[in-house]
Design a protein around this ligand. Structure first.
Ligand code: GRF
Length: 191
């Protein structure tokens, strides 16, 4: 599991026993509240500090090493704010899940909620997808729309998006860790 921030999605995952027992480690790229949430329930944590590595490749290789050293077979990104390099994607090919606060392929990137508001869309949402070499890209597993209200600010819209995230991600991750969700020739299979 990789996280950078407050870790509310991580918290939602930790609250499902069948998911929690499959989490071998939570790794962050900086000191993050997400690590405290994991440590609080006895899940091992590690920090791989981005600025301590000479390149994105070196950082990504170390991340993969740490995950493998803990026996991780798959990777769940829960608010991880670094772009991992192809080296990393290759080592966990078709075994990395991400959650993104828009209906991809609209509004990739860090400012997904702000960008949706600025574009004036009436509907945005949440996407869970497998990760490939491109940013916020890869086979889509699940999407849920969220209606944009006229009076929404980034904060109010993100709050409603996160409510959806906290129910959607555990559903998807439960299928992933129990072998009911995988990628075959670039297409998602979900039993
Ligand atoms: C979520 O909105 C997720 O979609 C995005 O980063 C945010 C993480 O929030 N990738 P949290 O750390 O899980 O609270």
């Amino acid at each position: 599991m990789l996280a950078s921030g407050s870790g509310t999605n991580l918290q939602a995952l930790l609250e499902v026993p069948s998911i929690r027992e499959q989490i071998v480690v939570v790794v962050a790229d900086r000191p993050a509240a997400a690590l405290d949430r994991a440590a609080g329930v006895g899940v091992p944590t590690e920090t791989v500090t981005y600025s301590e590595y000479p390149s994105r490749e070196a950082f990504s290789a170390q991340l993969a090493d740490v995950l493998e050293a803990h026996g991780a077979k798959g990777v769940v990104l829960a608010g991880f704010m670094r772009v991992v390099s192809p080296v990393f994607v290759d080592r966990f090919r078709d075994r990395i899940l991400n959650i993104h606060p828009s209906l991809l392929p609209s509004f990739p990137g860090r400012r997904a909620v702000e960008d949706a508001l600025e574009a004036g869309v009436r509907v945005t949402g949440v996407t869970v997808h497998f990760v490939d070499e491109m940013v916020d890209h890869g086979p889509i597993v699940a999407q849920v729309p969220v209606t944009v209200d006229r009076e929404d600010t980034p904060a109010t819209l993100h709050r409603r998006i996160q409510e959806i995230e906290h129910s959607l991600y555990p559903e998807v991750v439960e299928d992933f860790v129990s072998g009911r969700l995988w990628v075959e020739e670039g297409r998602v299979v979900r039993l």
